[in-house]
Design a protein around this ligand. Structure first.
Ligand SMILES: Cc1ncc(COP(=O)(O)O)c(C=O)c1O
Length: 400
C-alpha cells in the first residue's frame, strides 16, 4: 500500500510556480533575470487598507471568525455586488474564503460527484482543471482561437454540454489571455446556457476592475438575470487592491450552495483570517482612488508590451481588454533553431531557451491548455518590460 494518495496523481504542479522558482534560482546564481511569470500586481496594498488591519488588531479582532465570514464583510460584499454589478444578494448569500482559489475549490468540493463534467474554455487558469480533478470531476475543455480573441464561441460550447455537465467556469478578464467578454459576447454565451437548465455557472471575476480604455465589464448574472439561481459569482481583493498575500476571496450565489460551501469550509480552515477580513471591509467600502492609478499604469504597460512584441520577428500578439497578461503566439518560431543549437519543437522549448539565452522568464501556453503561445505578466516596471521585450526581440532575431 503506497503512502501517498491516488488523488495526488490526478494533479500537476503549477507551471507558473515552477517557472517563477526556476527564475529565482537563476537569479540566486547571479544571472540577470527578468521574471514575467508571476500573477500579482507589483503595487503595494493601499495605506487605508493596511491601517484598517492595524486598527483591527488593536481592537482585538484576532479571534476565530464565523465560518462564512465576519458580518461587516458579508454586508460590504452584498453592497459591492449591488453598487458595481447591479446584483441583489443578501449577506447570507455571500461567503468569504482564503483567496478566490478556495472559493472555487469549496464550490467544486460541495457539488461534484465522480464523473460530473465541468466545462473549461482553453486557455485556462492553471488551477481549474486540477481543482476539478481533485474533487473527482472531469474537466471538459473547449478550445478558443486567437482569431476569436481567445473567447468561447456559442457553437463549440453548445456541443460540449452533456447530461453530465454540472458547471461551466467562465473567467473574464482572463488569466492567461487578458481577454474580456463584451455584453454582446457574454449574452451569446448566456443564451446557450439558458437552453441547458442543468448547467451551473461559476464566474471568476477576479480581474473585474482591471480593464482598459472604455471597455465595460459585465458578469453573467447581470447580462442574463434568469441565470441568477444557478450562478456563483466569485471575486476577490487580491488583484484590484494589491492584496495577494492577505488571502481574501469571496462569492455570492443561491443560499443552498453557499450553505454547502460553508459546510465544507467549516471542516477545512474555519474561515479566512479575521484581520484580513477587516482589511477587506476597508478595501470594498473605502476610497477607490488607487484604482485609476493602477489601471493607467497597467494600460500603458499593456500598450508597450503589445507594440514591442508585434515588432518582434515570428511573434503575433493580440491586444487584450484587461487583466495584466498578454498571450502572444510563437507559432512561426516553432521549427527554428535557437543559438544553443536546440530546435524549438514546442512553446515550452521556446520559453525554456528564452530563459536560458536571454534571462526572460515567461510561461508556455501549453501549461494553460492552448499553444504554441506564451504568457507574459506585465505587472512589473516599464523599464523592466522594455528591457525584457528588447531581449525577446533579440532572441527571436537570433533564431535560424
Ligand atoms: C483567474 C484567477 N482566479 C483566481 C485566482 C486566485 O486568486 P486568489 O489569490 O485570491 O486566491 C487567480 C490568481 O492568480 C486568478 O488568476
Amino acid at each position: 500500500m503506497g503512502f501517498l494518495s491516488d488523488a495526488l496523481s490526478r494533479i500537476k504542479p503549477s507551471a507558473t510556480i515552477v517557472i517563477t522558482q526556476k527564475a529565482r534560482d537563476l537569479k540566486a546564481q547571479g544571472r540577470d533575470v527578468i521574471s514575467l511569470s508571476v500573477g500579482e500586481p507589483d503595487f503595494d496594498t493601499p495605506e487605508n487598507i493596511k491601517e484598517a488591519a492595524i486598527a483591527a488588531i488593536r481592537r482585538g479582532e484576532t479571534k476565530y471568525p464565523p465560518v462564512s465570514g465576519i458580518v461587516p464583510l458579508r454586508e460590504a460584499i452584498a453592497r459591492k455586488f449591488k453598487r458595481e454589478n447591479g446584483l441583489d444578494y443578501k449577506p447570507s448569500q455571500t461567503i468569504v474564503s482564503t483567496g478566490g482559489k478556495q472559493v472555487i475549490y469549496n464550490a467544486l468540493l460541495a457539488t461534484l460527484n465522480p464523473g460530473d463534467e465541468v466545462i473549461i474554455p482553453t486557455p485556462y487558469w492553471v488551477s481549474y482543471p486540477e481543482m476539478v480533478g481533485l474533487c473527482g470531476g472531469k474537466p471538459v475543455f473547449v478550445d478558443t482561437t486567437m482569431e476569436h480573441s481567445f473567447k468561447l464561441q456559442p457553437g463549440p460550447l453548445e456541443r460540449a454540454i452533456t447530461p453530465r455537465t454540472k458547471w461551466i467556469i467562465l473567467n473574464s478578464p482572463s488569466n492567461p489571455t487578458g481577454a474580456a467578454y463584451s455584453r454582446a459576447e457574454m449574452k451569446a454565451i448566456t443564451d446557450v446556457l439558458m437552453r441547458h437548465p442543468h448547467v451551473w455557472v461559476l464566474t471568476d471575476d477576479m480581474y473585474e476592475h482591471l480593464t482598459y480604455g472604455d471597455f465595460e465589464f459585465v458578469t453573467p448574472a447581470q447580462v442574463e438575470p434568469n441565470l441568477y439561481d444557478r450562478t456563483l459569482t466569485m471575486n476577490g481583493v487580491s488583484k484590484a487592491y494589491a492584496m495577494t498575500g492577505w488571502r481574501i476571496g469571496y462569492a455570492a450565489g443561491p443560499e443552498h450552495l453557499i450553505k454547502a460551501m460553508d459546510f465544507v469550509q467549516g471542516q477545512q480552515t474555519s474561515g479566512a483570517a479575521t484581520i484580513s477580513q477587516w482589511a477587506a471591509v476597508e478595501a470594498l467600502d473605502g476610497p477607490q482612488d488607487h484604482l485609476p492609478r493602477f489601471k493607467k499604469a497597467f494600460e500603458e504597460r499593456r500598450d508597450l508590451v503589445v507594440s514591442m512584441l508585434n515588432q518582434s520577428k515570428y511573434l503575433k500578439c493580440p491586444m487584450p481588454e484587461g487583466a495584466f497578461y498578454v498571450y502572444p503566439s510563437c507559432a512561426e518560431a516553432i521549427g527554428k533553431t535557437a543559438p544553443s543549437g536546440k530546435v524549438l519543437k514546442t512553446d515550452e522549448d521556446f520559453v525554456s531557451e528564452l530563459l536560458d539565452t536571454e534571462g526572460v522568464a515567461a510561461v508556455h501556453g501549453s501549461a494553460f491548455g492552448l499553444g504554441p503561445n506564451f504568457r507574459i505578466s506585465y505587472a512589473t516596471s516599464n523599464a523592466a518590460l522594455e528591457d525584457a521585450c528588447n531581449r525577446i526581440q533579440r532572441f527571436c532575431g537570433s533564431l535560424r
